[in-house]
Design a protein around this ligand. Structure first.
Ligand code: NAP
Length: 342
């Protein structure tokens, strides 16, 4: 069974949906007015973070982007081994001159490293690339395992079958998570969590592991409002992080969520941009958002904080309620064996 979970102060922030959520959000002592969410591990988690997933030019762009982000006031950076941006993030963090303890760094365990014997070596590579002594949050990137072919970036790419799909191997999420718990015990990770997990998967971890996940990072935006998962996680004191909070505009012909009438109407009402509405919709619902941008003006603008009324939050949540749309669909990306969300 899980050890007892810290219960934060319950607080209502613009939405009755989260009034019984067991987290505390309090004034920020850091450089910006970004709210802080208290994790079940006891650590502070800034509600707006900087996402660092990109294309072939990502490392260079992310290095400059992270520098801009830290200057603008971000104190939460999200990366992953597979993004190949850990080194760029670490360099920007070191050069910022900001105390390491004031920056929350998340990174993630790749699917080829799920066998327990590979977890610590894979983590140590991330730590070395980041050039830090500990990671604030280490997430299991996806809830399935792939064959191990080595630790280098080249080793983790390729190895697909004749249909271009990945081969799944039989390693349970519990065994991988237990190996991640050892990182907390060793003092090299402050909090552990998961990503792309469903409620049954979270239930299994809570039942069979010792340290409850602090965070579940999943896709959330108005076309995929994740209302059931959000309510369940609040009830169990697990904080959600919304990836692709803007719906990754422009990527693979995604519908532009910022053009939806409910978003435009809120933007007019609060005198902010549609993107600022999308991000504040997430923060107002009680979770963290990690928009990615390599454009300095956008990086800065994405930090703006407004309080949104319950009716506006509800109007935007209803956009994808009936016909949710997932951008990061593992079936399309990895193959039919990865139908984990149905
Ligand atoms: P996103 O943040 O929803 O969208 C990124 C796109 O929005 C970029 O093209 C960016 O353009 C544009 N953008 C950012 N700010 C904008 C603004 N103010 N106005 C107009 N356009 C703006 O999508 P994402 O990158 O997929 O998700 C964010 C982060 O989540 C990732 O970077 C990664 O850290 C994480 N993630 C995690 C997972 C997972 O499986 N755990 C999966 C996907 C993503 P420019 O860069 O050109 O400014």
């Amino acid at each position: 069974m899980c050890r007892s979970i810290n219960k934060g102060v319950s607080l209502q922030i613009g939405c009755s949906l989260i009034s019984n959520f067991l987290f505390s959000i309090h004034g920020n002592t850091m450089a910006s007015n970004v709210p802080i969410i208290k994790l079940n591990s006891g650590y502070d988690f800034p509600a707006i973070g900087y996402g660092t997933f990109g294309g072939p030019h990502a490392p260079e762009q992310v290095y400059h982007g992270t520098k801009h982000a830290l200057e603008a006031g971000y104190r939460h950076i999200d990366t992953a081994y597979v993004y190949e941006t850990e080194e760029a993030v670490g360099k920007a963090v070191r050069e910022s001159g900001i105390d390491r303890k004031d920056i929350f760094i998340t990174t993630k365990l790749f699917q080829t490293f799920h066998e327990p014997k590979h977890v610590r070596p894979a983590f140590d590579i991330s730590l070395k690339l980041l050039g830090v002594e500990y990671v604030d949050l280490y997430l299991m990137h996806w809830p399935f395992a792939w064959e191990f072919h080595g630790y280098s970036f080249d080793d983790i790419k390729g190895h697909k079958d004749e249909n271009g799909h990945r081969k799944r191997i039989d390693v349970s999420i519990v065994d991988t998570y237990r190996a991640m718990e050892e990182l907390v015990k060793a003092g090299v990770v402050k909090s552990i969590g998961v990503s792309n997990f469903t409620i049954p998967m979270l239930e299994q971890i809570l039942k069979e592991c010792d340290i409850p996940p602090a965070v579940n990072q999943v896709e959330i935006h108005p076309s995929l409002p994740q209302e059931e998962l959000l309510a369940w996680c609040k009830e169990h004191n697990i904080v959600l992080t919304a990836y692709s909070p803007l719906g990754n505009p422009g990527h693979r012909g995604q519908p532009a969520m910022m053009d939806h009438p409910a978003v435009l109407s809120a933007a007019k009402k609060y005198n902010v941009s549609p993107v600022q509405v999308l991000l504040n919709w997430g923060v107002s619902r009680g979770y963290t958002v990690i928009p990615k941008s390599v454009t300095p003006e956008r990086i800065k603008a994405n930090l703006a904080r407004i309080e949104m009324d319950k009716d506006d939050i509800e109007a935007i949540a209803s956009i994808g309620r009936e016909h949710p749309h997932r951008i990061c669909d593992p079936i399309k990306i990895f193959g039919p064996a990865f139908n984990i969300f149905d």
